[in-house]
Write a new protein. Structure first.
Length: 156
């Protein structure tokens, strides 16, 4: 269980996002959560110097589609990093396991195949409250953490 605020970070360690291009792929499923993650990521990128015109946002239906959209962006766009944001809440069927595993493996695989880092911003929670706690709630906003990670990864 997370015990820290995901939005609490040292801005001096982040670096400068000026002149860099970012793509954010966000799942529309569980939009109460994912759109809050998107807001956190977007605001963090601009706070650290990224221009709005250098941030592309693409919406996909669900978390499983994050992999395809990220791969497509890698092939078709000139970006320095991609942030993949989604939320899967455990239910009473194995669907949760398949979506989480497929998305995790897909994004990990993309990171081994290209020079563009894909930042893993998939919340996998047991219930909606845990997701909300990580999308601007008591544990901060995972979208902020993903944007910080994206900026830092562009500096490798």
């Amino acid at each position: 269980m997370a015990t820290v605020d995901l939005s609490n970070y040292n801005p001096d360690l982040v670096g400068d996002a000026s002149g860099k291009k970012f793509a954010i792929v966000v799942s529309d499923w569980n939009s109460e959560v994912t759109f809050a993650l998107l807001k956190g990521a977007y605001e963090t990128l601009t706070k650290h110097g990224a221009k709005e015109e250098d941030i592309t946002v693409k919406h996909v239906p669900g978390s499983f589609e994050l992999v395809y959209a990220s791969a497509h962006i890698m092939d078709e766009s000139d970006v320095d990093a991609i942030i993949a944001l989604g939320c899967v809440v455990r239910g009473g069927t194995p669907h949760f396991d398949y979506v989480c595993q497929g998305t995790t493996y897909g994004i990990a695989n993309l990171n081994t195949q290209a020079d563009v880092p894909v930042i893993f911003g998939l919340l996998t929670t047991d219930n909606m409250q845990q997701a909300l706690d990580r999308a601007g709630g008591v544990h901060g906003n995972k979208g902020v953490e993903c944007a910080v990670t994206a900026i830092r990864m562009t500096e490798l």
